[in-house]
Design a protein around this ligand. Structure first.
Ligand SMILES: [Fe+2]
Ligand SMILES: [Fe+2]
Length: 260
């Protein structure tokens, strides 16, 4: 099989044929082996992760060596923009979403304390957890995830693997929230704590994927015009939500005062 054919092959298939490739990708912090979809083509992975030129050359040389151990085969160099990979010069709409992640990360940092102090018996305890779930549903999901799903993704092919992975994460989070609400209704503190833990395990990796891979990749592929459209749409959404995001920020700040 030719080098080009491997570039156009799904990564799961390549890993099945050459398990060593998974180890190599892991070393470069590209977790394709654990990805739920794994249908990305090798060339897409290289494009999406957008490693530094030297690092990418090393990665491709190692993969080539795993696939063609007896030959000296080189993968063709990919055309790239001058911009470096880790600079993350986000466009205004992407920057906005990255800033929203910061508030979500502050909530995630508080979660261990929230879980430790869960109280479903007093009004104060119930108020706190209900406000927390309100933050997850209305800020992190409706206000923020909706910007991703309903506005940003529509400029891209819905079948693209990375987008499917992100959507799946959102679906999993919504499932956890449903279970949290059920646990509150059943006054089942243990179940509620378990769902909060599961939620707190999905989100950090999810946010990292968006900040470091998905958003920079989207920025590279959106036209200036599309970025402008997206930004105006985000401003309209902000106007629709009024001061709700500010209230959510206040909730996080109060909780930080309480626990930190
Ligand atoms: Fe997301
Ligand atoms: Fe996000």
């Amino acid at each position: 099989m030719s080098v080009e054919a491997y570039l156009n092959k799904g990564i799961k298939e390549i890993i099945t044929e050459f398990p060593k490739v998974e180890e190599i990708l892991d070393e470069f912090e590209i977790g394709c082996g654990t990805c739920g979809e794994g249908l990305c083509l090798l060339k897409d992975i290289v494009e999406i992760h957008y490693l530094e030129e030297g690092v990418e050359a090393e990665l491709m040389a190692r993969i080539s060596n795993a696939i063609f151990p007896d030959k000296n085969v080189e993968f063709p160099k990919r055309k790239r923009e001058v911009k470096g990979p880790r600079e993350f010069n986000y466009s205004p709409p992407m920057k906005k979403m990255v800033e929203e992640h910061v508030l979500i990360k502050r909530w995630l940092a508080l979660l261990p304390k929230v879980i430790k102090n869960l109280d479903l018996e007093t009004e104060e305890g119930l108020q706190l957890i209900n406000n927390g779930i309100d933050f997850i549903r209305n800020f992190a999901d409706k206000y923020h995830h909706a910007k991703e799903e309903d506005e940003t993704f529509k400029y891209f092919d819905e079948n693209f693997d990375m987008i499917k992975v992100i959507r799946n994460d959102h679906v999993r989070v919504r499932g956890q929230v449903k279970s949290m609400l059920q646990a509150i209704e059943n006054k089942d503190k243990k179940a509620l704590a378990e769902h909060l833990v599961s939620y707190s395990q999905i989100l950090p990796e999810h946010i990292k994927k968006e900040d470091e891979i998905l958003f920079p990749w989207m920025d590279r592929n959106l036209t200036t015009n599309q970025i402008g459209q997206l930004y105006s749409r985000f401003n309209e959404i902000d106007a629709e939500y009024g001061d709700a995001p500010i209230k959510h920020r206040d909730f996080i700040e109060e909780l930080e005062k309480k626990y930190c």
